[in-house]
Design a protein around this ligand. Structure first.
Ligand code: NAP
Length: 334
C-alpha cells in the first residue's frame, strides 16, 4: 500500500509499504479521509518527537477492511474514526480517567503508523462507529473536536455566559460552535484574517475583533471581561491577552501550543487578586466517542472549514510547506 512516511526532519516520502496485518484486537481501516494538523508540520520539522520512519496522520476516518480474531462489534465495511491517543491503561493517570497525562502515550500517526496511507491499524478499543452516510471528511474532524470538547469541559462555561476565543484557525472556529452548543450567550472571536472573522459570525459568534486593534474592541463588547477565555493561537502574547480579558473570577483555558522555549512575563498579583482560574486542556481524555456522536448528529458546521482536498502524493509537500494564507483545514481524501 502507499503511505506518506516521515524518515527524518524535512524528509517525508510517499512509498510502497506492506499492508499491516491486524493483531487480535485491531481493526484494519481503509482510510477515506485524513486531516492535516499543525502538529504534523511540527513533526515534519523535528520540533515534536516521533518514531522514525513513521506514517503521519492522526485525524482520520475510514471503513473497516479486516478485523483481528478477538474483535467483536465492527462488521466489515463499518465507517469508523480512531482515537489516535493510545495510553497504557495501567498507570495512575489512566486509572483515574486522565489518559492524556499517561507518560507512555503512543499516538497513532506519531509513534505508530497513521492515516496518511491506504490503510491504518486501529485497536478496536480506540475506534468509534460513524453513520454509514456521514461524509468521511467530517469523520476526520473527530480528533480535533474531541480535544476541543475537553477544553469545553474544563472551562465550565456558565449557561448564558460570555466566551472569548483568541485565534481563528480551525480550532478557534470549532470552539465558536462548541461554546454556543455549551450554552454561551456571548461568543467573541479575535483573529487577524477578515474572512475568518466573517465566517465566525456565520458559525455563531456574536462578535469578532481584529487583534491589530489591541484589546479595545473586545473590551467594548465585553466590558467586564469574559467568563471564559480560550487561548487558541498558541502565542505568548495571546496568553497574556487572555489573562487581561478574563473577567474578575473568570477562567482562562490554555489550548494553543506555545513554542517550548517561549517565555512570558506575568503578574501573579494580578492573577491572585482577580482570582483567575487558570486551566489547560491537553488532548482528548475520554472525549473521542462524544466527538464522534456530536459530528454524527450534524450539529457542527464542518464543510465551511474544509478549504482544500489533496491526494496522498501531495501530503509531504503540503505538510512541509507553511500553511497557505486563508487556508483552514486541508484533508487528504482517497
Ligand atoms: P492555527 O491555524 O495555527 O490557528 C491559530 C490561529 O491564530 C492562526 O491561524 C491565526 O489566524 C490566529 N492568530 C495569530 N496571531 C493571532 C493574534 N495575535 N490574535 C488572535 N489570533 C491570532 O492552528 P489551529 O489548528 O487552529 O490550532 C490552534 C492551536 O491549538 C495550535 O497552537 C495547535 O497546536 C493547538 N492545539 C492544541 C490541542 C490541545 O490538545 N491543546 C489540540 C489541537 C491543537 P489569523 O491569521 O486569522 O490571525
Amino acid at each position: 500500500m502507499q503511505a506518506a512516511r516521515l524518515h527524518a526532519p524535512g524528509r517525508m516520502l510517499v512509498e510502497d509499504v506492506p499492508r499491516p496485518p491486524p493483531g487480535p484486537h485491531d481493526l484494519l481501516v481503509r482510510v477515506e479521509a485524513c486531516g492535516i494538523c499543525g502538529s504534523d508540520r511540527h513533526m515534519f520539522r523535528g520540533e515534536y518527537p516521533t518514531a522514525k520512519p513513521v506514517t503521519l496522520g492522526h485525524e482520520f476516518s475510514g471503513l473497516v477492511e479486516a478485523i483481528g480474531d478477538a474483535v467483536e462489534g465492527f462488521p466489515i465495511g463499518t465507517r469508523v474514526t480512531g482515537d489516535p491517543n493510545i495510553a497504557c491503561g495501567q498507570c495512575e493517570h489512566c486509572r483515574v480517567g486522565r489518559p492524556n497525562l499517561c507518560a507512555a502515550l503512543s499516538p497513532i500517526g506519531v509513534m505508530r503508523d497513521g492515516g496518511f496511507a491506504e490503510y491504518v491499524l486501529v485497536p478496536a478499543a480506540q475506534a468509534a462507529v460513524l453513520p454509514p452516510d456521514l461524509d468521511p471528511r467530517h469523520g476526520a474532524f473527530c480528533e480535533p473536536v474531541s480535544c476541543c470538547l475537553h477544553a469545553i469541559d474544563v472551562a465550565r462555561i456558565p449557561p448564558g455566559g460570555s466566551v472569548l476565543i483568541l485565534g481563528g484557525g480551525v480550532i478557534g472556529l470549532l470552539m465558536v460552535q462548541l461554546a454556543r452548543l455549551a450554552g454561551a450567550g456571548t461568543v467573541v472571536l479575535s483573529t487577524r484574517q477578515a474572512p475568518r472573522r466573517a465566517l465566525a459570525l456565520e458559525l455563531g459568534a456574536t462578535g469578532v475583533a481584529d487583534p491589530a486593534g489591541g484589546d479595545g474592541a473586545i473590551s467594548v463588547m465585553l466590558p467586564a471581561g469574559a467568563d471564559v477565555v480560550f487561548e487558541c493561537a498558541g502565542l505568548g502574547e495571546t496568553v497574556l491577552q487572555a489573562t487581561r480579558l478574563a473577567r474578575r473570577g473568570g477562567t482562562v483555558v490554555l489550548f494553543g501550543v506555545v513554542p517550548e522555549a517561549d517565555r512570558i512575563s506575568i503578574s501573579p498579583f494580578e492573577l491572585l487578586t482577580r482570582e483567575l482560574r487558570l486551566e489547560s486542556a491537553w488532548l482528548n481524555p475520554l472525549t473521542h466517542r462524544r466527538a464522534a456522536d456530536l459530528i454524527a448528529s450534524r450539529a457542527l458546521s464542518l464543510d465551511r472549514l474544509i478549504t482544500r482536498m489533496i491526494g496522498i502524493d501531495e501530503v509531504p509537500q503540503v505538510i512541509g510547506a507553511a500553511p497557505v494564507f486563508g487556508e483552514i483545514k486541508v484533508i487528504m481524501t482517497r
